[in-house]
Design a protein around this ligand. Sequence first.
Ligand SMILES: *[C@@H]1O[C@H](CO)[C@@H](O)[C@H](O)[C@H]1NC(C)=O
Ligand SMILES: *[C@@H]1O[C@H](CO)[C@@H](O)[C@H](O)[C@H]1NC(C)=O
Ligand SMILES: *[C@@H]1O[C@H](CO)[C@@H](O)[C@H](O)[C@H]1NC(C)=O
Ligand SMILES: *[C@@H]1O[C@H](CO)[C@@H](O)[C@H](O)[C@H]1NC(C)=O
Length: 423
Amino acid sequence: MPLAVGSWAREVLLCVGLLALLFVLAFGGEHDGVNIWPMPKSASHGSQTLFLSKDFVLSTQGSKYGDGSELLKEAFDRMIDVVEVNHIVDGRTPTSSVLAGLNVVILSPQDQLNFGIDESYKLDVPAAGKHVYARIEAQTVYGALHALQTFSQLCHFNIYKRIVELQLAPWYILDQPRFPYRGLLIDTSRHYLPLPIIKGVIDSMAYSKLNVLHWHIVDKQSFPLEIPSYPRLWAGAYSYSERYTKADALEIVQYAERRGVNVLAEIDVPGHALSWGVGYPDLWPSAECQEPLDVSKEFTFKVIDGILSDFTKVFKFRFVHLGGDEVNTSCWTNTPHIIEWLNKHGMNESQGYKYFVLRAQKIALSHGYEVINWEETFNNFRSQLSPKTVVHNWYFFLICHVCSNWYQAIHMLSNMSNVSSHH
Ligand SMILES: *[C@@H]1O[C@H](CO)[C@@H](O)[C@H](O)[C@H]1NC(C)=O
Ligand SMILES: *[C@@H]1O[C@H](CO)[C@@H](O)[C@H](O)[C@H]1NC(C)=O
Ligand SMILES: *[C@@H]1O[C@H](CO)[C@@H](O)[C@H](O)[C@H]1NC(C)=O
Ligand SMILES: *[C@@H]1O[C@H](CO)[C@@H](O)[C@H](O)[C@H]1NC(C)=O
């Protein structure tokens, strides 16, 4: 059943990020060879062991980036925490082979996180010497953040010596992402996730150098998010407390951005939207037949407009996701006022579906967003989609059905056997 497949696929995606985290924490530095996740574009190393000074410092000498918001400094502190794994570092540091600190040189003064920004970096760890520093060079602070993750994976806490060591020095690493969109999907409609859990997911994404948290916020099962323009929408939440306020959503976005992760918000229309009608039953075709959203009412599109207008105050990513998958129009063709409306406009139900998706796209574009839609929209009426549409593939086995002849596509990892093809 497609719904079940979709949810399964989404959970698998989540697992990949968490596995990545476990992999890094469990095995980082324990084995010979290069244990960097994901594998950098190029890496070469030697065979010396260095030890991190107990007052290992961050230096930004030569950097054009001022770090006024302490984004880099916080990332550095987190990196140290990851490496020390909460141990007390009280061993004696050998006097030779000490790494005194990390010099981070960032070439751009900007720290606005955008899609397609330069995330590349160079990481140099010198051979043993007196008072030596490792060096990171990156165009943007977000490239430097990735370099810190990589650096942390070269280090580990030596439980016998009770100090942090770095193996296989000297290192020379050049890295840049192969894909500009490296996403992970969470589904807070089927499973409410408390804020600390979402933050943990974002942390695991940062460890794995993923950069888009695709927040599938609402669906058939629940509507957890506060929408000030239509305050009864979150009546569709599972319960009083399984909700996010607008400020909660903003907190998630800001937390993610400080870690180089963009948040892609999704409202999946016109299917997958039954929960909207709990607060506004007019959005249902009828009390008995509750999805897809009623295509015949202006009110439906006013609500979408209100939601997207509220979104612009929270979700600053260039894209918004409008779903559009798995639309079963049988409620439309069973509801007299919708049949009448379709007839009046000379549409059959599949044309009604197209009308809905294209009108929702126009609303999103009018708010300055570019649009992502699930692949069914492309399979049904590709030539009429806005050329700005990014097509999101999610079916098994159809990986390249979508990618030819289209400007931009995202592929969903839907099967563990094909982990490497996700981008
Ligand atoms: C569409 O929904 C109707 C009514 O709920 C159901 O009988 C039908 O099997 C569904 N069609 C598909 C293709 O799932
Ligand atoms: C709807 O109309 C279009 C255009 O005439 C046609 O191609 C399509 O097959 C029709 N769909 C249905 C479900 O009748
Ligand atoms: C994943 O895809 C492979 C190759 O097509 C297939 O053999 C395997 O059964 C699939 N795994 C799952 C869990 O669906
Ligand atoms: C895995 O991904 C590659 C690259 O996209 C593709 O060529 C291959 O067919 C995929 N395999 C499966 C089993 O989907």
